[in-house]
Design a protein around this ligand. Structure first.
Ligand code: IMP
Length: 422
């Protein structure tokens, strides 16, 4: 934590690194928790006091009445889904309106954006992105095309703006021959969501955050998705449509680069990916199934099977470079407890070409592995670094050496306590 500065907490691979657990013990140290990118495509599972919440658009500091939570300008918001998410928290006894502020500059996901998401995917045939279907891509497309609707638009004369954009979408859908849908009910809920959103602070959050920083307050920028799903630096076109990397913290919150102090890069002791796209370390065999089963690797938003593989150092090094990661956070180490041998991808090969740098087009590359001994010991009940098996310590040291970056937090189990700070 740093006063008057921003720390970023980012998933640095393909998302689903287990941010939910980490933010839970990070947030107490910050005054403001802010989301800077993405929308309801995210699913941050938070478990505490025997209760489980899946946060999609709402920042993870929401459970603490003393924190200000911000949905920043880089985010996209679906009013109906936001309402459902917020009401669940309200039903559980959390008073949200004072502690949740939404940027007027964040863009709105319309029901027709979601239909467009489906229509574009259907039109893609075999090269589908495998989106979450939440309308993320079409909403960011409208933002870039300068025709999108923003949260601030709901504050005045909203209906004609909404109808105009909807009409435009319906025209595109008709042109695509994608007409077999009915959004009547969805639209009703969506409008209800718009009304509901009015009771929150819709504000110029970039001013608010900078004011907080000037007062010496600390801000945690909470990432969504992962670095390799970044619109610029990910495995394009199999990416999400926002800036999920450290650069996105600046653009998505309106904070200057020199306000960012620490960048925590979260990764798992192995790799997963949801949706389509290149994934050189993917395991199609029993080992992949075992990792999926032990790691419970099924999507929090879509329920889809996550694709599983060994740790990818090519990807990790690239993400550390792009983000300026100062501290690594390794999650789900215990999932590898039962393996005799643990493989680590150190390079990619295509034909005679071998590279240790993330290639422009990751399609068609296969992983080059180094084999390391497994620790074959349950880690979950271990609470101190000294008590960790030497083979596991060697695995950690190997990753630190290969990436040139310290791993300062090790997670060895799902519980809050199953965490070793170094
Ligand atoms: P979209 O963000 O719904 O457009 O999906 C684009 C790609 O990003 C798809 O492959 C999704 O599976 C993936 N994706 C989006 N959000 C997440 C996330 O929170 N975790 C992991 N993958 C995600």
């Amino acid at each position: 934590m740093s006063k008057g500065q921003v720390d970023a907490l980012l998933g640095i691979v393909f998302g689903d690194e287990g941010k939910g657990k980490v933010v839970d013990f990070f947030t107490p140290h910050y005054d403001v928790v802010a989301r800077f990118a993405g929308g309801p495509n995210a699913g941050h599972t938070i478990i505490f006091d025997g209760k489980k919440f899946v946060l999609r658009s709402i920042p993870s500091g929401i459970f603490d009445e003393n924190k200000i939570n911000i949905i920043g300008n880089g985010c996209v918001v679906a009013p109906d889904l936001f309402m459902a998410e917020a009401r669940e928290l309200e039903a559980a006894g959390y008073q949200l309106t004072e502690r949740l502020h939404i940027s007027r500059r964040a863009h709105l996901i319309l029901p027709t954006h979601r239909v467009l998401d489906r229509a574009y995917e259907a039109a893609k045939g075999k090269s589908k992105v495998g989106t979450t279907g939440k309308g993320i891509g079409p909403t960011y497309s409208d933002k870039a095309a300068r025709i999108g609707l923003r949260v601030g638009d709901i504050e005045n004369d909203f209906a004609p703006k909404y109808e105009a954009l909807k009409a435009r979408h319906l025209q595109i859908l008709a042109d695509l021959g994608f007409t077999d849908f009915d959004i009547t009910e969805e639209e009703k809920k969506w409008m209800e969501g718009v009304e509901y959103m009015r009771k929150f602070h819709l504000s110029n959050t970039e001013q608010e955050i900078n004011r907080a920083l000037a007062e010496g307050k600390s801000v945690l920028a909470e990432g969504a998705q992962g670095s390799l799903l970044d619109i610029d630096h990910g495995t394009y076109p199999f990416v999400s449509s926002s800036s999920t990397t450290a650069g996105g913290v600046c653009t998505g919150l309106g904070v200057a680069p020199n306000t960012i102090r620490r960048v925590y890069g979260i990764f798992k002791a192995y790799s997963t990916r949801v949706g389509s796209g290149p994934f050189p370390v993917e395991l199609f065999d029993e080992t992949g199934d075992t990792i999926r089963h032990i790691g419970n690797e099924y999507g929090a938003v879509t329920g889809r099977n996550r694709r599983c593989g060994w740790l990818d150092l090519v990807a990790l090094r690239y993400a550390i470079m792009i983000n300026g990661v100062t501290d690594l956070v390794m999650m789900k180490s215990d999932v590898l407890d039962t393996f005799e041998t643990i493989r680590v991808c150190t390079a990619y090969r295509k034909g005679d070409e071998v590279t240790t740098e993330m290639p422009y087009d990751t399609e068609g590359w296969e992983a080059v592995y180094e084999d390391l001994p497994g620790w074959n010991t349950p880690l979950t009940d271990i609470r101190t670094e000294e008590a960790l098996p030497q083979t596991f310590k060697d695995y950690v040291a190997y990753i630190e050496k290969a990436t040139g970056t310290p791993i300062t937090i090790l997670s060895v189990g799902p519980d809050r306590e199953a965490t070793i700070m170094r």
